[in-house]
Design a protein around this ligand. Structure first.
Ligand SMILES: Nc1nc2c(ncn2[C@@H]2O[C@H](COP(=O)(O)OP(=O)(O)OP(=O)(O)O)[C@@H](O)[C@H]2O)c(=O)[nH]1
Ligand SMILES: [Mg+2]
Length: 466
């Protein structure tokens, strides 16, 4: 048995007790990672870097949807199975199974017709030798996707991955936001086994390619503090099955196997690193609880008062957001529909009026059968035309709500409390000692009943503040 497992289980229980969601995610991902024998490789990079086409080239078929516009909207797990299929896993737990067809996946892309935000992930099960090695490829939305919730999907999967392939653009290798993503997110989640690929290499001539590779390697050395290889790759040539393409495919398959071995060797360190990060999150919350516990009555009262105010502020912000949704959303949509609906009713009235004056046959038959059919046909036409307009409006509206949400809920709780003169212990990532877990566990059991009221306040705010 993995010696880290009991510790991970204890941390998981503790994080659930104090509802520390980040720690819970990290520990359950670490536990899962210790138990499975598949190797999870996440494909990362900014939008349009060619991540999806890269995956298509590895599996030798253009199944996943690639586009010049932001394309990938949900996580795609590509894994081995004898019986090939697409499984769409919804947030509510439903799973729909489809035969392998690129139009099914295109439907769930950023510009597709299917509602991608109800989908948790798409599993593509293929019978392919690379996947049979236990490799699971994970295609992600671009990390700089304007749609923040899509980028968030990519961040959240990082703790569940064993290694990453990071795609760099041949024309602009390692931009500033890529460097920030690497240091702020990828390394933070202890994802150290990485393969850097300079994508779309077919677009550069030999000299340009050499320059781009050198430039990327230099920037990576600066950012990572160590030497890393950068491999040129053209998914296009691989998919075209040209001789250069096939040679590149062989090389990248070999590199993936090496990555798998390296990741096996570093698995214990990776899991320990993630558990230590989870322990640090837990420690941060426990320190807050401890400092509340040490407060005298007057300080506690002040603290409660401040929590109450913050809660009110959040409620106000939430109400403002609702009002904004109401005015911009419901009212706009309503007036958009009201106008065209009034026009539809007017058309029907004039049609009825015209028929009343000019109809030659039985008016009764017309009213009972012909007119309802006309109404039905016109309603159908109306709905079809409106559906496109409403979809476009909803897309714009979703963007608006995301922006409003970010604007209203962007002050971290610790900052908000510090601003009002309440000092909370500062948090240092990785500073937690795992040996303290047992004492922490005991302490939290004693502390929670005492500070339950204040804690509810904290958890309420934590859940709402980004
Ligand atoms: N010439 C050339 N074009 C490529 C290559 N790989 C991808 N492309 C093109 O680059 C564009 C973006 O490719 P995608 O695979 O959708 O990129 P992505 O990184 O998955 O994009 P998002 O899902 O939006 O984040 C598409 O038009 C592809 O055809 C390549 O190796 N060579
Ligand atoms: Mg993509």
């Amino acid at each position: 048995m993995n010696p880290l497992k009991p510790l991970a289980e204890e941390l998981l229980e503790l994080s659930r007790q104090i509802r520390q969601r980040d720690a819970e995610r990290l520990t359950s991902a670490a536990l899962h990672g210790m138990q499975r024998d598949t190797f999870h490789v996440v494909i990362l990079g900014e939008f349009n870097r060619g991540k999806t086409t890269f995956v298509n080239s590895l599996i030798g078929r253009p199944i996943l949807h690639a586009d010049m516009l932001p394309a990938t909207a949900v996580l795609h797990l590509i894994e081995y199975g004898e019986k090939e299929r697409i499984e769409v896993v919804y947030h509510d737990g439903r799973v729909s199974v489809h035969p392998i067809a690129s139009d099914v996946l295109a439907g769930f892309s950023a510009g597709g017709a299917a509602p991608a935000d109800t989908v948790r992930l798409i599993r593509l099960v293929l019978s392919h030798p690379l996947l049979q090695e236990g490799i699971v490829l994970i295609d992600t939305p671009g990390v700089n996707d304007l749609n923040e919730s899509r980028a968030e999907l990519t961040y959240r999967i990082l703790p569940e991955c064993d290694a990453a392939v990071f795609l760099l653009d041949a024309a602009a290798p390692l931009t500033r936001s890529e460097a920030e993503f690497l240091t702020g997110k990828v390394f933070h989640h202890k994802l150290d086994e990485m393969l850097f690929v300079l994508s779309k290499s077919d677009r550069l001539d030999e000299e340009e390619l050499e320059e781009a590779l050198e430039g990327a390697a230099g920037r990576l050395r600066q950012v990572m503090g160590r030497q890393s290889g950068v491999y040129p790759y053209s998914s296009k040539q691989v998919l075209d099955r040209s001789p250069e393409g096939l040679a590149q495919l062989d090389a990248i398959n070999g590199l993936l196997m090496e990555l798998k071995q390296a990741s096996r060797r570093s698995a214990a360190a990776r899991h320990a690193g993630r558990l230590s990060l989870a322990a640090a999150y837990i420690r941060q919350d426990l320190d807050v609880i401890r400092s509340i516990h040490r407060m005298n009555d007057e300080q506690l009262e002040r603290f409660r008062e401040r929590i109450k105010q913050l809660r009110l502020q959040l409620e106000n912000r939430y109400q403002r957001l609702l009002v904004s949704i109401d005015t911009v959303g419901r009212d706009t949509l309503q007036s958009m529909l009201d106008k065209s609906y009034a026009k539809l009713v007017e058309t029907l009235h004039s049609e009825l009026d015209f028929q009343t004056r000019s109809h030659k046959g039985s008016m009764e038959t017309y009213i009972e059968t012909d007119f309802p059919l006309l109404v039905e046909r016109m309603m159908k036409q109306y709905c079809e035309a409106k559906a496109v307009e409403i979809q476009a409006f909803l897309d714009r509206f979703r963007q608006h709500v995301t922006e409003e949400y970010t604007k209203h809920f962007s002050t971290p709780l610790t900052l908000a409390l510090q601003e009002s003169g309440i000092a909370l212990p500062s948090w240092k990532a990785g500073s937690s000692s795992l040996a303290e877990t047992g004492q922490m566990n005991e302490m939290i059991k004693q502390t929670i009943p005492v500070t339950a009221g204040a804690l509810v306040g904290i958890l309420f705010c934590r859940g709402s503040v980004r």
